[in-house]
Design a protein around this ligand. Structure first.
Ligand code: BES
Ligand code: ZN
Length: 443
């Protein structure tokens, strides 16, 4: 287990850029009425009901289960979220968009299935599949391919080159398909990332142990079909202030889709439950801002839902947009993940960080750190010039995520109500501070 945890920690650090920035300070208080605020803020924090949020996580991750982009389960989740938002008096709409063709398929050897993951950008096979001899292509360097590789399925070890370079070499050598196997033990098959490229031959990833087994086999059958005309959707719940023309807009967001086979309790039923809970807590508060509670689909295939949403904002809406609080992975029970990181895409302090830092101080929770980090739906908001940040529990120092991240073990058993509550209270207090009606502040 230790080995697995290390492997996953490392890849998480690389994914996130691995940059650690200590909490910036010396920035002015967000507004001068801070002391007056704390009383109200303490009150709002108490309204966060972690049991209710926990039930939402249970429903999404256990009752519905994996919510893969484009699937019925993702649509069912969207309908559930919309119904919950309606109870909080929001004006709810569903924004549908198309997603790239999804690949689905199987890898079989002598009639038995080997668990595999298609690479996004891979070619499909013909309807009856590709049955071909296997070819051991080492690391997939150009020199690893001989004439022998022609028409065969190349079995390639991860490492040394990028996934795309390996596939390119195989394709150039006339291979008919590629299977890339992991170089470290993993709980799920490797998903080769082709960095946005498309290939002319089918490409899948497998676990290390399965790759090693394949090297002892003669032939395999790869079947990959592409599923066209798929859609995903964002669920948007809006609360407009009364009697204010062109109010400032504040976005409270999460993604509700998951990767294949993962129930996505922490990633990201947790953030979604928090968005719904904040909407409920703020149902009747006096505000002078427009609050948009949004849960995005298609995050796991590359922030597709949030990019679509931001691309549809008008120039006028963009001008009114003040901040995005994005909640992604806020309830892990993994003990090491004891710090709540506020990830900003460029690593610098912004309005979301300042408000969160003050909120944490006001409710006596010294758990925050500022860090540079993307990989979630706050990025498109940042790219559009809006102050944005993601809330996420990680291990201090290593900045690792829990070992069951993106695996079938991301379940309700690994959810901490306590961490859920702390994240919800800090985010709730920070949002409230920003949206609370001006006249009340002076009182
Ligand atoms: N919640 C995760 C990732 C995450 C990790 C966010 C660390 C913030 C800090 C998110 O759902 C995810 O898996 N993102 C992808 C990237 C995305 C662009 C497909 C990832 O990190 O691999
Ligand atoms: Zn994820």
């Amino acid at each position: 287990m230790k080995k697995k945890m290390m492997a996953i920690s490392m890849s998480a650090a690389v994914l996130m850029g691995g940059v650690f920035l200590p909490a910036a300070d010396g920035t002015a208080a967000v507004h001068a009425t801070q002391a007056i605020h704390s009383k109200q803020e303490g009150k709002i924090a108490k309204k966060f009901n972690e049991n209710r949020a926990y039930q939402t996580i249970y429903h999404l991750s256990e009752t519905i289960g994996p919510r893969v982009t484009g699937t019925k389960a993702e649509k069912k989740s969207a309908a559930f979220i919309a119904s919950q938002m309606k109870k909080s008096n929001l004006k709810v709409s569903t924004q549908t968009f198309s997603i790239p063709d999804r690949l689905e398929g199987t890898l079989t050897v002598r009639g038995s299935d080997i668990s595999s993951r298609p690479a996004a950008g891979s070619a499909p096979t013909s309807g009856k599949g590709l049955t071909a001899p296997l070819y051991d292509a080492g690391l997939g360097l150009a020199g690893d391919f001989t004439e022998e590789a022609k028409g065969k399925i190349a079995v390639i070890l991860r490492g040394g080159l990028t996934f795309y370079e390996k596939v390119k070499n195989a394709e150039d050598a006339g291979a008919a398909g590629v299977i890339i196997y992991n170089n470290a033990d993993s709980l799920v098959p490797l998903t080769p990332n082709l960095s946005g490229n498309k290939t002319g031959i089918p490409v899948v990833g497998v676990k290390k142990e399965d790759g090693e087994k394949l090297l002892t086999e003669r032939e395999a059958t790869l079947k990959l079909k592409s599923i066209p005309n798929q859609t995903s959707q964002n669920v948007i719940g809006v609360r407009k202030p009364k009697g204010i023309k062109n109010p400032d807009i504040v976005y409270v967001t999460s993604h509700y889709d998951s990767v294949p086979e993962a129930p996505g309790a922490n990633d990201n039923a947790s953030g979604t439950s928090t968005v719904l809970e904040l909407a409920r807590m703020m149902k009747n508060i006096p505000t002078d801002k427009e609050i948009r509670f949004i849960t995005f689909g298609a995050e796991e295939i590359g922030l597709v839902g949030s990019r679509y949403y931001v691309s549809k904002l008008s120039g006028q809406e963009l001008k009114r947009s003040k901040a995005n609080f994005n909640l992604d992975m806020v309830a892990t029970s993994w003990e090491n993940a004891s710090r709540l990181y506020i990830n900003t895409p460029d690593g610098s302090a912004n309005l979301v960080w300042e408000l969160s830092k003050n909120a944490a101080a006001n409710i006596g929770k010294d758990v925050l750190a500022l860090r540079k980090g993307g990989s979630s739906d706050h990025v498109p908001f940042h790219d559009a010039g809006i102050d944005s940040a993601n809330f996420i529990w990680m291990e201090p120092g290593t900045e690792s995520l829990e070992p069951w991240y993106h695996t079938p073990y991301d379940t309700i058993e690994h959810i901490s109500k306590d961490r859920l509550k702390t994240a919800g209270q800090i985010a709730g207090t920070a949002v409230y501070d920003l949206v609370e009606k001006e006249e009340r502040r002076a009182q």
